[in-house]
Structure formats: C-alpha cells, structure tokens
Design a protein around this ligand. Structure first.
Ligand code: PEP
Length: 252
C-alpha cells in the first residue's frame, strides 16, 4: 500500500515585493487549516525568512526556494547555497523548472549535481520534468521525460531518491491556460512511476509523490487530483491569489 504525501505547492516565480509576499502568506494561513495536504510555498529567496517566521507554528505549511547552487559555498556571485536556504527555513527546493532549463540553460547534468547536493544537506527537491509542444507532437514525450529523470535523478541511491518529489510539468501547459487533460496527466504519471519502479523497486515507486503542473486552477484541480497517480500540484499563476490557491488545496 502506498504511503505518499499529497502536496500542493505554489511557485511564486519572480512575483511580489516583500510586503506583498508577507500579506499573501498571512492570507493563506488565515484561509487554510490542517488536513491531508502538505502546502508548500515556493517563494523568492528574500521572502524565505519572513515567511518562515509567519508559518513557524503551522506544520502543514512548508517553504521552498526556487533554485539552489550545487556547490557548498565559494566564489559564485549571485548564487545561493543549500546551507543558506536551510538557515532561513526552506525545507524544499524546486529544481529544474522549465524556466530555469530554458532561460538559464540548466542541463540534466547540472541538475543531477544540484539534486545530489540539496539532498546531502537535507533539502527536499521538487524536481521538475516535462516536454515542449514540439516533443509532444512528435510523440516522443515519454522517452524525453524518462531521459530527464534518468540523467537528473537516477544516479541517486535509493535512500536519497526517497527524498525527491517529482513535478511533471508539460511546458506547453505552463502559464498558457492550457492544461493537460486528467487522462494525459495520469498516463504520464503512471509511466513515471513505472520507470521509478524499474530502477528503485515497487515500494519506492508507490511512495514517490508525483505532482502535476501546468495551468492548474480551481476549476480543473479536482479532476486532476482524482487521478490515481496524481498526488498534488505545482501551481504557478493561481498560487499568487490566496482564494484560488486555497480552492486548489481544498480540491483534494
Ligand atoms: C509553474 O510555474 O510551475 C506552473 C505550473 O505555472 P502555471 O500554473 O501558471 O501554469
């Protein structure tokens, strides 16, 4: 029997000033309560400490950063380390978001190092994968996503891999208002789980949380969450509005 966490994670990207961010955290706190879902707020780096103070006594809300460097420390101007993130309350780190892959040229190779380093420090990766429209139209999306996971994560041993949350985010559905159908999401999530089973065994596969991301909104969340292998969502746009985000959380 599976024993996996259900998670609704927000990815704020590069939105909200500090004060606006704290107001949003407070609003989310006031409109949610403890349930079966872990809520993760993927806030900008500078919001982490303030958000951690506000959520310190709220066990069902965790914080994520949106990136982290693969090295311990050093002369890497502008970068942020896992230790720094942990010191201001991050528990998760979003890695390999398609925007980081596209705009910052993050490869599977560098992501494999980031994942390994984050886990070694105790940060839990939310590892993003997903295909572009071109890849989907060519019907090679299953192999493409498998390759992202094999190159990005499958060097991890079983114990380390157990710390990973996977987010399947078809690039054509991110910020476009176009969502994968519940069936498309389920099919890919099932394929991902089978791939994990082949590498790490059935128990690990059943315990791995696999989130869907790509224009999740209050009106489509319930159908997506009703799929057997969809364990929650990584939410971009709708996570910036407390009512929409809370409605998605309540869709479980
Ligand atoms: C995302 O940024 O991870 C995302 C899924 O964005 P949106 O929900 O806006 O499509």
């Amino acid at each position: 029997m599976e024993n996996r966490k259900q998670i609704v994670a927000g990815n704020w990207k590069m939105h909200k000033t500090y004060d606006e961010g704290m107001a949003l955290v407070n609003e989310i706190i006031s409109k949610t309560h403890e349930g079966n879902v872990q809520v993760v707020l993927g806030v900008p780096f500078i919001h982490l400490k303030g958000a951690a103070d506000l959520t310190a006594n709220i066990p069902y809300i965790s914080l994520a950063s949106q990136n982290c460097h693969e090295k311990e420390s050093g002369a890497y101007t502008g970068e942020v380390s896992a230790d720094m993130l942990l010191s201001v309350g991050a528990e998760y780190v979003i890695l390999g978001h398609s925007e980081r892959r596209e705009h910052f040229k993050e490869s599977n190779e560098v992501l494999s190092k980031k994942a390994e380093h984050a886990i070694s420090k105790g940060l839990l990766p939310i590892f993003c994968c997903g295909e572009s429209l071109r890849i989907r139209k060519a019907s090679i999306h299953v192999d493409f996503v498998a390759n992202q996971l094999i190159e990005g994560l499958f060097h991890l041993n079983k114990e380390a891999f157990a710390k990973v949350v996977i987010a399947y985010e078809p690039v054509w559905a991110i910020g476009t208002g176009e969502t994968a159908t519940p069936e498309q999401a389920q099919t890919m999530h099932q394929d991902i789980r089978k791939l994990i089973e082949k590498k790490y065994g059935g128990q690990t596969a059943q315990n791995t949380t696999i989130l869907y991301g790509g224009s999740v909104k209050p009106d489509n969340a319930r159908d997506l969450f009703s799929q057997t292998d969809v364990d929650g969502a990584l939410v971009g746009g709708a996570s910036l509005n407390a009512d929409d985000f809370v409605a998605i959380i309540n869709s479980f």
